[in-house]
Ligand binder design. Structure first.
Ligand code: NOJ
Length: 515
């Protein structure tokens, strides 16, 4: 029998891929051994995007349950009622993660599953039991749970009663959620992040109005209520205070016994000057301060970036002296979600127009295009281009600005352009991760204290307003059967983690790599 007759088709694709990539001169070399032995390599997901089970075992309605049920809010009117059904298939998810060889698994807690009515009701035992099972299943397989306490979804009742994150009342609500998590899971969870991407949550929900609760004002978006100039600052302020109060509690009452660490995660694109002029270099610094710096400066230094203070006077809230005390230094590590790089052009001395694919942030106009040429290959997500060098630059920037604080890359991932039909033979995703990992290894060699890297995502899932059209997963999910089907990239990641060659110099090594 010819040998290829007994090799599974996907393995054959991997062999072919390895052979082809070995002959491509610009292919990236990267190996597991370029990262420290105790480095965390994992995959990331969030509750609403994968769990489903939306009203099971005592879970209450969340803001996203309500938002996604309103026709017109989500592409194709899809929702997360079932999502990837991880509520029922969590053991299978732990198993596929284990089969990849990861040593960490990032997931988030559904607030409405644990505290369906916030402080207005009781802790839901069904929710605690569910996450206990998830955590125990991971640990049984030698995988560290890396837990996000809040990732965009919260009980709808908190929105209805007092306006959710627009109100300072949300701070105590969040502290109760965090306390419940530390008490229930902190004996086993050693990596916590409080809130995922306050900056993106504010931009999407309160500047542009594309995410729950869809608040905004013209010219940023078309919403029935909201104020895009003011509300995002209030929302992030409440989130940062909530974060800092939860960390204070953790440090005083839980960390000494439980011994874990805690951080916060922000959305961090990298930026490069559109033109090689001083004002565009300054625009890059400004936009970095107005995005990641908006979240990280307060929790490291105790106040918003000076670049923001200079331009936003009345809208940008102040921390009182007492608040500054506990906000400052309220992280053990920084989490960055990094996907792409854009050009930035100064809008203080030069005229700029906003709209379409262009946004003005930090008085800088950001775009993926210079003289008709894109900064990198386009992906399936608007303004996400493939620019591996950006990973080295953003890590460098964060590491320098925040005095070499430990960093986890809590998300990095690729969704192919919608027109790309092939679901599982995702060579582009492999190239993406190899390029970004090689850049990350360079940043580490230059001295950045990076301690982990999580691929977004373990499997295709509900991409917020985009519904199920994005495909970030290492696994494809058959939406009719919920079967998790490994893509070529899952096999590549497994080989990478096993420290087998991911880029080979000769054909002999190519065969050895997949045997
Ligand atoms: C960031 C968010 O944390 C996550 O929820 C989202 O799905 C990914 N980026 C991809 O857009």
């Amino acid at each position: 029998m010819p040998v290829f007759a007994i090799i599974p088709v996907s393995l054959l694709f991997l062999v072919v891929y390895l052979l082809v990539s070995s002959s491509t001169s610009n292919a990236q070399h990267v190996r597991r051994s370029e990262f420290p032995d105790n480095f965390l390599f994992g995959t990331a997901i969030s509750a609403y995007q994968v769990e489903g089970g939306y009203l099971e075992d005592g879970k209450g309605l969340s803001n996203w349950d309500v938002f996604s049920h309103i026709p017109g809010n989500i592409k194709n009117n899809e929702n997360g009622d079932i999502a990837d059904d991880s509520y029922h298939l969590f053991w299978e998810d732990a198993e596929i993660a284990h089969s990849l060889g990861v040593n960490a698994y990032r997931f988030s807690i559904s607030w409405a599953r644990i505290l369906p009515r916030g402080r207005f009701g009781e802790v839901n035992p069904g929710g605690i039991e569910f996450y206990n099972k998830v955590i125990d299943n991971l640990l049984l397989r030698g995988i560290e749970p890396f837990v996000t306490i809040h990732h965009f979804d919260h009980p709808q009742e908190l929105g209805d009663r007092f306006g959710g994150w627009l109100s300072p009342l949300m701070q105590e609500e969040f502290v109760l959620l965090a306390e419940t998590c530390f008490k229930s899971f902190g004996d086993r969870v050693k990596y916590w992040t409080t809130i995922n991407e306050p900056n993106m949550f504010a931009e999407m929900g309160y500047v542009r109005g594309d995410f729950a609760p869809a608040r905004c004002s013209q010219p940023f978006g078309n919403c029935s209520a909201g104020n895009s100039d003011k509300e995002p600052f209030i929302v992030v302020h409440n989130m940062l205070l909530a974060h800092a109060k939860a960390v204070k509690l953790y440090r005083e009452q839980f960390q000494p016994k439980q011994g874990g660490s805690i951080g916060i995660v922000a959305h961090t694109h990298m930026y490069e000057p559109l033109r090689d002029v001083e004002s565009d270099h300054q625009a890059v610094d400004r936009v970095l301060a107005f995005t990641g710096g908006w979240v990280f400066d307060p929790v490291v230094f105790g106040d918003y970036p000076p670049e923001m203070r200079q331009y936003h006077r009345s809208e940008l809230p102040w921390f009182s002296a007492e608040e500054t005390e506990y906000v400052k230094g309220s992280i053990d590590f920084i989490g960055i979600n990094h996907y792409s790089t854009l050009y930035a052009k100064d809008c203080i001395h030069s005229p700029c127009v906003s709209g379409g694919d262009h946004f003005i942030r930090g008085f800088a106009y950001t775009t993926g295009e210079r003289d008709g040429i894109l900064i990198g290959e386009p992906t399936g997500v608007q303004r996400f281009y493939v620019v591996p060098r950006g990973m080295e630059k953003i890590v460098d920037h964060v590491s320098k600005r925040y005095k070499n604080i430990p960093i986890y890359v809590t998300e990095n991932g690729y969704s192919p352009p919608l027109a790309v039909p092939n679901l599982v033979h995702d060579v582009n995703r492999i190239e993406f991760h190899k390029g970004y990992l090689a850049a990350l290894a360079r940043a580490i060699r230059k001295g950045a204290d990076v301690r982990g890297y999580f691929i977004w995502s373990l499997m295709d899932n509900f991409e917020w307003a985009g519904g199920y059209s994005s495909r970030f997963g290492l696994y494809h999910v058959d939406r009719a059967t919920m079967e998790r089907v490994p893509k070529l990239s899952a096999k590549w990641f497994r080989h990478f983690l096993a420290n087998r060659r991911t880029m080979i110099a000769t054909r002999t090594e190519a065969s050895a790599a997949v045997m």
